[in-house]
Design a protein around this ligand. Structure first.
Ligand SMILES: Cc1cc2nc3c(=O)[nH]c(=O)nc-3n(C[C@H](O)[C@H](O)[C@H](O)COP(=O)(O)OP(=O)(O)OC[C@H]3O[C@@H](n4cnc5c(N)ncnc54)[C@H](O)[C@@H]3O)c2cc1C
Length: 221
């Protein structure tokens, strides 16, 4: 989550996304782009650019064999595959960095992370289905707003935060929650931790992009 509202948020900084984001900013909108991996997307990092860099090495290699035709001498022609790949990665890195520079120049805010539109809504709906009317009395903190999306077993960190909340009676906040999604209507403990809360039980939901979900519940002995 980010600390301000934007006119336009683009998900993915591939050629489609970063160009749209820059155009939006040029038209006077406040724009953010969310990217989960590398600026420039498939094209700049794995597809168009690095493959063309590899092709260029192949082309030069081919030309070296034709040196004589051009009145040139080239002895001991060979290749170092590692160096060829390294050059390709270097070109990709340079262009991906160039996208970062372009976004900055056009005052587009870059947020590195995975954007999800449906996740919070579905979790809210799930909580409502499970707890019914009691959902209105629950506090739902998203610590992900502070430590990012935890992967695999690191989801245990969220459970540790839940246990600490139970022990200390302090609810961690959902940081940067300024503009709530109208479909997310629970008490998300926005922005400020809440202390002095008598908790009976806690539940930690970890929902993975790959579909491996874990829900852990703990209560006072
Ligand atoms: C080997 C190869 C060679 C190619 N060569 C050429 C070529 O020579 N010329 C050409 O025109 N095209 C080429 N292409 C095609 C080109 O790469 C694609 O058309 C182009 O990358 C599509 O751009 P895009 O922005 O739509 O998507 P992508 O480049 O796929 O970018 C999408 C971005 O969104 C991010 N993203 C996705 N979901 C989320 C989320 N939930 N939250 C945050 N970020 C997210 C991804 O990490 C990614 O960075 C090639 C492709 C390959 C694989």
């Amino acid at each position: 989550m980010v600390a301000k509202a934007f006119d336009m948020i683009v998900i993915g900084a591939g050629p489609g996304g970063y160009v749209a984001a820059i155009r939006g900013a040029q038209l006077g909108l406040t724009v953010a782009v969310v990217e989960r991996e590398h600026l420039g997307g498939i094209c700049l990092n794995w597809g168009c650019i690095p493959t063309k860099a590899l092709l260029r090495s192949a082309e030069v290699f081919h030309l070296m064999h034709r040196a004589k035709e051009f009145g040139l001498k080239a002895d001991g022609i060979g290749y170092d595959l590692g160096a060829v790949v390294q050059r390709s990665r270097g070109v990709a890195k340079q262009l991906s960095g160039g996208v970062g520079h372009l976004l900055k120049k056009n005052k587009v805010t870059v947020v590195m992370g995975t954007a999800t539109l449906a996740g919070d809504r579905i979790e809210t709906k799930g909580i409502r289905e499970v707890f019914g009317a009691h959902a209105a009395r629950l506090a739902v903190s998203s610590t992900k707003s502070m430590h990012g999306h935890l992967m695999g077993a690191t989801g245990a960190v969220e459970f540790i935060a839940s246990i600490l909340a139970l022990q200390r009676g302090v609810l961690p906040p959902t940081a940067h929650l300024r503009v709530p999604d109208p479909e997310c209507d629970l008490d998300y403990v926005p922005n400020v931790a809440r202390s002095g809360v008598a908790l009976e039980a806690v539940m930690s939901n970890s929902f993975a992009f790959g579909g491996s979900n874990a829900v852990l519940v703990a209560r006072r002995a």
